[in-house]
Design a binder for this molecule. Sequence first.
Ligand code: ZN
Length: 380
Amino acid sequence: MLKILKNVALYAPEYQGIKDVLICDTRIAHIADCIETPTGLGEVEVFDYSGLKAMPGFIDGHVHMLGGGGEGGPATRTPELMLTTATRAGVTTVVGCLGTDGTTRHMESLIIKARALEEEGLTTFIYTGAYEIPTPTLTGCVRDDLILMDKVIGVGEIALSDHRSAQPTHTDLAKLAAETRVGGMLGGKPGIVHFHVGGGPEGINAIFWMLDHTEIPVTQFLPTHMGRNQALLDQGLALIKKGGHIDITAGSKVPGQIMYLLNKGATLDSITISSDGQGSLPKFNEKGQLIGLKVGQMKRVYEVWRTLIQKHQVDISEALKLVTANPAKNLKLSNTKGAIKPGADADIVIMDDQLNIQELFARGRHMLSHGEPIVKGTFE
Ligand code: ZN
C-alpha cells in the first residue's frame, strides 16, 4: 500500500526541486528531500525516477466518454472511451458529457459509464444534460441532479450559437443558469453551466446578456470550443477581462491562440484546455451540410501542452495550470486534484526530458510503465 517515488523533479505544478514522494494507498502522504524506506509497515514499493519529472495527472473537463456524434446518421455515432485512451494521454480525471444526441445517449448510461471508468482507476464526474433545452436529466430536473447525484458537477454541454442547438432564448438560458447555481450551492458542487459554443455570429452574447440582466456571477459559466474562430477567441478574451474563464478544445491552432490571449493581457489562470475526446468533430459547409467527420482524441490536450513548452517557451509550471490546477479550481476539486501535495489524490504523471509520458499513477495505482499501460480496461 506504500509507494515511494524517489528523486523526481517535482512540478506541483510549481517547481519544488528534486524530491521524494510518499504515496499511502490512494493519497500523497508526504513530500521531502529524502524519504527513507520505513520498516514495520508492510511492503513498500520504491521507484527510482532520477532524471524524470513528476507532475499532477491531467484533468480533461470535456469528454464524450459514452461516445457521441451521429450527425451523419446512425453509422456515425462515435465509440465509447476505453481506459487506456485516457491514461496514455496522461489523464487521471475526466468529466463526461452528452452532446448533440440526447435521444439515443442517456444520462443513465453516462453516469454508469463514469462509474465504470472510476472502477477501472480514473476519477470521473459528469455534466447533466445535452445540447438541448429542456435538457435531459437523471431525476427530472437539473437542480435535483446537482443536489442528489454525487457525480454531477454542473449542466452541459448546452449548445449556443449553433445550427444544432435548440435555439434557446436568453431567458431560457438564464432560468437554467439560475437553477444550476442554486443546485450547485445546495449540493456543494461548482454548479457550472457548460456551453458548447458553435460557429454562429452571436458567439457567447447570451452569456454577456445574462451577466448584464441577472445576478448570476461570471464564474458560473464555462463556454468551450472558444478557439473555433478569431471572433469567438476575442469574445473569450472579453469574458476573461470580466473575471470569467474559458475552455478551448485542443487542436493544432491552440498553442498560437493561447499565446495570442496572453499577449492581449489574459492570464493563464482563466483558461483550460479539454479534448472533446470520443466526440464527433463534424465539418459542415456554409449550407450546413456534413462534409467530414473525425473522432476527438484525448491525447490532443497533452500535445498542445507540450507544444506550448517546446515551441513557445512557456514555463512547464505555467503550462501545467491549463490542464491541472485551473480545471481543478473550476470544478472545486483543488483540495484533492490538480496538485502534488500532501493529502491530495496520488494522481501523478512521470515524464522524461523530452516530456514523453513514461509512468502514470491514478489514485495511487500504477497504470502506465515505460509509456505502456500495465492496467487495462475490462474489454481492452
Ligand atoms: Zn461541443
